[in-house]
Design a protein around this ligand. Structure first.
Ligand SMILES: Nc1ncnc2c1ncn2[C@@H]1O[C@H](COP(=O)(O)OP(=O)(O)OP(=O)(O)O)[C@@H](O)[C@H]1O
Ligand SMILES: [Mg+2]
Length: 318
């Protein structure tokens, strides 16, 4: 096998061998690397012995064992262990989320169904409807939660559909804001700002279903993690590079520790208190943004607010 070593490897060999000569002691090198001319890195375990040739002359005898296969096997095991650890953590977050988030609605449904079963014969039609509606709405929420879990599952196994098409962004965003404003108790909290009326250059492509997931998750986070009397800014912008979406709130903010875990499924911030949630929204956002080739950035200060920026590039021209 031809082994040349790159510059830094060669320098390291010379340093090690000089040390053997200076100390006149054998040295065991548990791991050295050598790069083959084709760029492959091979690993060696080496013993270097000083050999006194004649007075004043010393040479180094090196015996090297190629440990590349062992090293690669170790790396594979390490990766598998990390994956296993990630899955274990995911499982425990899933169990704690489902036991928490599913128990409350199930108790509501069971309680309402029992009341209907035992007492509804004495109730007015209006009261019966009230309890039936409660069951219906709770089931609707649970279905949405299950759909989110399904979405994450599909994203992780790479089975999510991605159908980008040209889209009138301004109109789309405005419609979404209107829908969300109607659904929130204190309407008009979101101010939507777009640089100029009209349509974005028709080279921008979005999967409408995924973009809806992205923006509605960001806006609903902004709404639920801030007080009802605070404003939420939603900016849309675009240039020759692509589109930028920015959502800013003045809410509870995200603790430093949580910032790096936010995109993991079922992870929730330490400061959420009783605000409900499953910890799936941002994992969904990340998946959907990556399918568009884009990036998500979060900037947040506890007690001051949170800004999320999404950049979606123009599709590459073939
Ligand atoms: N705008 C925000 N302000 C403060 N904290 C936020 C904000 N957005 C996200 N977070 C934090 O990030 C966590 C993860 O957000 P994510 O949207 O994934 O889940 P969630 O809102 O808890 O639940 P859901 O699945 O219902 O969206 C939240 O639990 C919260 O701690
Ligand atoms: Mg959320």
């Amino acid at each position: 096998m031809e082994l040349n070593g790159n510059n830094s490897e060669n320098k390291q060999f010379i340093t090690d061998e000089r040390q053997v000569i200076a100390s006149l002691r054998s040295q065991f090198m548990p791991e050295e690397t050598l790069t083959t001319p084709s760029g492959e890195v091979r690993y060696f375990q080496t013993i270097k012995k000083p050999l006194l040739a004649k007075a004043g002359h010393c040479q180094v005898l090196g015996v090297a064992t190629d440990i590349t296969d062992r090293k690669r096997a170790e790396e594979k095991i390490q990766k598998a262990l990390e994956k296993e650890k990630e899955l274990r953590e995911l499982k425990s977050r899933f169990v704690s989320m489902t036991s928490h988030e599913f128990r409350t609605p199930l108790t509501t449904i069971l309680g309402s169904a029992e009341l209907l079963k035992y007492y509804s014969h004495n109730w007015t039609e209006e009261k019966k409807q009230k309890y039936l509606n409660r069951i219906y709405n709770t089931l609707k929420d649970m279905t949405l939660m299950l759909e989110d879990i399904l979405f994450i599952g599909q994203g992780e196994s790479g089975r999510l559909e991605f159908n980008p098409e040209p889209l009138n962004l301004t109109e789309f965003c405005r419609g979404l804001v209107e829908e969300l404003q109607i659904a929130t108790p204190n309407h008009e909290r979101i101010t939507f700002q777009v640089p100029s009326p009209g349509t974005v250059g028709n080279r921008l492509m979005f999967d409408e279903k995924l973009l809806r997931q992205i923006l509605s998750n960001l806006l609903s986070n902004a709404l639920k993690y801030s007080e009802d009397d605070t404003q939420i800014d939603f900016y849309l912008n675009w240039d020759n590079e692509g589109a930028i979406f920015l959502v800013r709130d003045r809410g509870i903010g995200i603790p430093q520790f949580d910032l790096e875990h936010l995109f993991k499924s079922f992870h929730r911030g330490q400061n959420v208190g009783l605000i409900p949630g499953t910890g799936l929204g941002l994992a969904i956002v990340k998946n959907a943004v990556e399918l568009h080739g884009g990036k998500t950035e979060i900037d947040s200060q506890v007690g001051e607010g949170t800004t999320v920026k999404i950049a979606i590039p123009l599709p590459k021209t073939k």
